[in-house]
Design a protein around this ligand. Structure first.
Ligand code: PLP
Length: 418
């Protein structure tokens, strides 16, 4: 039982360097966050040793009396957080949760209707190289070319034309609320099940700052590591207890073997934290920071950089910068921000004229910085740094030191050693 640094200095070095990177840069990838130390503790605990196939009280292995407590707590907390009657906390990831959901509510060959990948949808919503596009007949809806909002009339027409068994609402890159009641209506009109993938905005829902899909959808899936800020993993909730058995059996044994009990314990903690006032405050700062970013990026003085934001603003934790008229393309903008110490990802805008590896957009998210403690004043400074960095003649060194000042004012994981 020697320490990592002794057993494997190369990997110990990776951990140290990564902690250092996280501490000294501004993390603005919309799907990332910083888990609390309490979550790190469970994930690095002896629970990683335990096999626990099955569900609490009905396991295929002995010695599950303690991990049962962890999983039951996670289930009850998830149900209470999202006002659901049912929760499955075993999915290893968002993608496995989605595979289990689809296999529970559809049969291979069925038609599924999801948001077009290039318009902000996710791989698991029907991309042709993904299981969802290979096993199912995937068709898609998109956003209106003028407003960049999901076109609900076109969606209704597509649903009537293609008669899907499942309609999928949810996104990886879209800055506005979806109208879940309208999705429900369309699903009912064509006899489809409604599945909402709230992976991105689940933290906002938990905080009561985003409409909840749970009352409208047959089933809701999510990741736990994005806005919720818990361990990297998935979750399925539903108000429909009749689906419970099918969903459970499609997670285990349908998609997975032994659940990751160390991760499930960490999920329980993340859900406990998500019910707190502190969490609500953090989600409020997340949204307010994104709104501020959107308005400052599009302010007259920064328009010189040609920056616009899709839909003109945001309701959520991310902004989609539109660089179609900027001198910098998505790749150059991502690289430029990387040079100043801000991590984002380039992202195609719908109807993007540039190739997918280059793109004309950036997806910029505020959850990780809100977790770090940022409020409006800091987000205003970040927005100014980004707007200046995207100007063709940016002073990279000066902007890098402004980033460094912010990271020093908000130390990450103080005292933690990897
Ligand atoms: N669903 C949506 C909407 C996502 O954005 C993502 C992650 O990018 C996933 C599912 C998949 O999550 P994971 O990366 O944990 O498989």
């Amino acid at each position: 039982n020697k320490p990592l640094a002794e057993v494997d200095p190369e990997i110990a070095e990776v951990l140290e360097q990564e902690l250092n990177r996280q501490r000294h840069t501004l993390e603005m990838i919309a799907s990332e966050n910083f888990v609390p130390v309490s979550v790190l503790q469970s994930q690095g605990s002896v629970l990683t040793n335990k096999y626990a196939e099955g569900y609490p009280g009905r396991r295929y292995y002995g010695g599950c009396e303690y991990v049962d407590v962890a999983e039951s707590l996670a289930i009850e907390r998830a149900k209470s957080l999202f006002g659901a009657e049912y929760a499955n906390v075993q999915p290893h990831s968002g993608a496995t949760a989605n595979a289990a959901v689809l296999s529970a509510i559809a049969t291979p060959g069925d038609t599924i209707l999801g948001l077009e990948l290039a318009h902000g949808g996710h791989l698991t919503h029907g991309m042709k190289l993904n299981f969802s596009g290979k096993l199912y007949n995937a068709v898609s809806y998109g956003v209106n070319p003028e407003t960049f909002l999901v076109d609900m009339d076109a969606l209704r027409d597509k649903a009537k034309e293609t008669k899907p068994q499942v309609i999928i609402a949810g996104w990886s890159a879209y800055p506005r609320h979806l109208d879940f009641a309208a999705f429900r209506e369309i699903a009912d009109e064509v006899g489809a099940k409604l599945w909402v993938d709230m992976a991105h905005f689940a933290g906002l829902v938990a905080a009561g700052l985003h409409p909840s899909p749970v009352p409208h959808a047959d089933v809701v899936s999510t990741t736990v590591h994005k806005t919720i800020g818990g361990p990297r993993s998935g979750l399925i909730v539903s108000r429909d207890t009749e689906l419970a058995k099918k969903l459970n059996s499609n997670v285990f044994p349908g998609q997975q073997g032994g659940p990751l009990m160390h991760v499930i314990a960490a999920k329980a903690t993340a859900f406990k934290i998500a019910a707190s006032e502190e969490f609500k405050d953090r989600q409020a700062r997340t949204i307010s920071g994104a709104k501020l970013l959107a308005s400052r990026l599009t302010a007259d003085d920064s328009r010189a950089a040609g920056v616009d934001v899709l839909t003109g603003g945001t309701d959520v934790h991310l902004v989609l910068a539109d660089l179609r008229t900027s001198e910098l393309d998505g790749q150059q903008a991502e690289d430029r921000l990387h040079e100043v110490g801000i991590t984002v990802n380039r992202n195609a805008v719908p109807f993007d004229p540039r190739p997918p590896m280059v793109t004309s957009g950036l997806r910029i998210g505020t959850p990780a910085l809100a977790t770090r403690g940022f409020g409006d004043a800091e987000f205003a400074e970040v927005a100014d740094i980004i707007a200046l960095a995207l100007q063709p003649s940016a002073d990279v060194a000066a902007l890098r030191s402004r980033v460094e000042a912010l990271t020093e004012a908000f130390p990450l994981y103080p005292g933690l050693q990897q």
